[in-house]
Design a binder for this molecule. Structure first.
Ligand code: WT7
Length: 647
């Protein structure tokens, strides 16, 4: 029995959702989703109100997901304009720059309205129209939020590419969605170093159509190369009008595309639409974090990930919240930065990833204790399972034992939280994502035959029975891949790719991916992507990539590499391959361990037995299982003998 932590009494009494509310609301949401979401859809403003709520088919071959589909609205008007009367002077965004010596900005809803409208007019001036795609490749600066909202304002579809991705990854995404414009910045300051973002964008755009234009925000003012396709954002904004009427957009028109890794092939463009996504992001933001007026809320993610979309920008701003945006890293100038920022801006809700918690825990308690964290009311985590040790440290040292922890389980595909304890309703359990959000019906399936596993104290693969408004609608340009990935293995359900356990109390624990996706520092990585980057190197004949347990990152990247005959293994080649993968994909894909593998364990039909490679990487030989079906079982002994020392 794990220890549980009851909600603080004041939160239990005043939360948006209390314990009694949860059970009632949850039952109602499952019994009659149309009624439930028909009511909650009214959280946001509609230009033309919907009369239809839900129109969904999970039938393989015919999957179609629509919510509120005869309604029209504008996301930017919901995130900005509708707050102007009551909160024009309230801070919408607090921006904390990389260096604590530079001044933070407090951007009011009125300022945000002007800045977004200007950006929208600049985009229009470049020829961007409703339905056009705009790629955003930006540092964590206010202009990144303006860019997202400006696209939403004119009905353009944004696709954010994390600024840590390589030029190759960027050009693939620009071409993948046929973007008209790439919005970038001269440089991206992070941790005291400036990444040459514009130079990276130039390298990417060299592989894109000449018609693609670049809009360049001046962040550092550095001298950067300039060409005919480039436009200076600051110069254009200086003269652009700050009046731009919001476009009327259908609920099912795409709001954004966000590429994410899967178990096969190259990353896919997850498509989120307008109405249902905003309802779901706003509702989960308010309820999961128990956000109340005047709270300063901080999510430490980057807008390059879905967490930044839903829980830095769209959810909080739709709720008229004050959301903090941080340009830097947790360890610059030192490991107290997060806590200094919480003190400085009196943060009430703090939301980060287990990998950051583990890294900061390793720096000792003093960095936390020297900050005044009395403003904190709630802590959140996201991205990977959190180990009890990190949970306890977060709870005791950061939260002072006063702040409930919401362990939010969700995915790029889900748009918002699908499982989390609610801070005023549930006694939390360290490491459990615990309870489904409203409208979410988790189903545990037996992976071997797909049958439903009933009862408590059980384990299996995690599927979701029905749709919710924040669900992705398709893969950009490839609806068949959408159906294949999420609806083909277990017919009639949305398949999450995760395994889970339902404990004796009926609470859920996520046990990790059951496919060839690994989770490195909360970033999702397809092993197939790293493999295809490796085999693109002229000296690599074959590669197999698996995850292994890593103290800080959660999982590390373990690569087995077979060289071309005639090429010799060496330390230099190891370094070269590491650099190679970083340039092909980006630093987050950097291999941790590379083992030279003269042979890989394959079945007689030539299929690589990853199960065995995973076990070797995990240092778990006892569980290798049956290897007699291998074409050449002796390769296993060689791999074990030469296994890389994890240090
Ligand atoms: C995968 C989704 C959702 C935003 C960040 C990651 C894992 C996510 C948790 C959690 C255990 C988690 C799952 C999921 N995951 N949150 N609280 N506990 N695992 O989004 O890149 O789409 O990755 O992250 O494995 O499938 P993503």
């Amino acid at each position: 029995m794990s220890k549980t932590y009851a909600p603080p009494a004041d939160m239990a009494a005043n939360a948006h959702v209390t314990e009694a509310d949860y059970d009632k609301m949850y039952a109602a949401s499952i019994a009659d989703p149309t009624k439930f979401w028909g009511d909650h859809g009214k959280r946001i403003d509609w230009i033309k109100p919907y009369t239809r709520v839900k129109d969904v088919s999970y039938e393989f071959g015919n999957v179609s997901i629509k919510w509120f589909d005869d309604g029209t609205l504008n996301v930017a008007a919901n995130c900005i304009d509708r707050h102007l009367a009551a909160r024009g002077d309230q801070t919408a965004i607090i921006w904390e720059p990389d260096s604590p010596d530079d001044e933070a900005l407090h951007i009011s809803y009125r300022d945000l309205h002007k800045a977004t409208s200007k950006m929208a007019n600049v985009l229009k001036g470049l020829g961007v129209e409703k339905g056009d795609r705009v790629v955003i490749y930006m540092p964590m600066i206010p202009e990144a939020a303006y860019a997202m909202l400006a696209c939403a304002r004119i009905g353009a579809i944004h696709s954010i590419v994390f600024a840590g991705f390589s030029p190759d990854a960027l050009s693939a995404r620009v071409n993948g969605c046929g973007a008209k414009v790439v919005i970038t910045a001269d440089e991206a300051p992070r941790g005291g170093r400036n990444t040459p973002l514009k130079t990276n964008a130039d390298k990417a755009l060299a592989h894109c159509d000449d018609s693609v234009q670049a809009l360049v925000v001046r962040r550092t003012g550095a001298d950067v190369p300039w060409s005919d396709r480039d436009h200076d954002y600051n110069a254009l904004a200086a003269t652009a009008s700050d009046d731009c009427p919001p476009a009327e957009v259908n609920a099912e028109d795409p709001l954004f595309i966000l590429y994410t890794s899967g178990s096969t092939g190259q990353p896919k463009g997850v498509v989120h639409t307008t109405g249902g996504y905003l309802v779901y992001a706003a509702m989960t933001h308010q309820i999961t974090f128990d956000y109340h007026d005047k709270d300063v809320y901080w999510c430490t993610a980057d807008v390059g990930w879905v967490t930044g979309h839903s829980y830095i920008v769209y959810g909080p701003l739709a709720n008229g919240a004050t959301t903090l945006m941080f340009e830097g890293v947790p360890t610059y100038p030192d490991a107290s930065r997060f806590w200094q920022i919480c003190e400085k801006h009196k943060v009430a809700q703090f939301y980060t990833a287990p990998t950051a918690i583990r890294a900061l825990m390793g720096q000792g308690d003093d960095f936390v204790k020297k900050a005044d964290l009395s403003s904190l009311k709630l802590l959140g985590t996201v991205g990977e399972p959190i180990n009890p040790e990190a949970w306890n440290w977060y709870n005791d040292v950061v939260g002072g034992g006063r702040c409930p922890i919401v362990d939010t389980w969700w995915q790029t595909e889900t748009g918002g939280h699908l499982m989390t304890p609610l801070p005023g309703a549930h006694a939390t359990k360290p490491g459990a994502a615990q309870k489904p959000f409203f409208g979410i019906e988790p189903v545990v399936l037996d992976p071997t035959d797909g049958s439903v596993v009933e009862g408590n104290g059980v384990e299996g693969v995690l599927c979701i029975r029905d749709s919710w408004p924040g669900q992705m609608r398709t893969v950009w340009g490839d609806h068949e891949r959408f159906e294949q990935t999420y609806f083909s293995d277990f017919k009639g359900y949305y398949f999450t790719g995760d395994g889970c356990r339902r404990d004796a109390d009926g609470d859920y624990w996520i046990t990790g991916r059951v496919d060839d996706v690994i989770n490195v520092s909360g970033h999702r990585m397809g092993t197939a992507e790293v493999e295809s980057a490796l085999v693109a190197h002229p000296k690599v004949a074959e590669a197999a990539v698996v995850g292994y347990p890593h103290d800080i990152k959660g999982q590390g990247i373990y690569c087995y590499v077979t060289l071309m005959s005639g090429d010799e293994p060496s330390e230099e080649l190891r370094k070269e391959l590491r650099t190679w993968v970083r340039t092909e994909i980006g630093p987050i894909a950097s291999p941790d361990l590379i083992q030279w593998a003269p042979g890989l364990p394959k079945t007689r039909s030539g299929k690589i037995m990853r199960r065995i490679l995973r076990k070797i990487a995990e240092d778990d030989y006892g569980a290798l299982g049956d290897i007699s079906t291998l074409a050449d079982p002796s390769v296993v002994d060689d791999l074990i003998a030469n296994r890389m020392n994890k240090g």
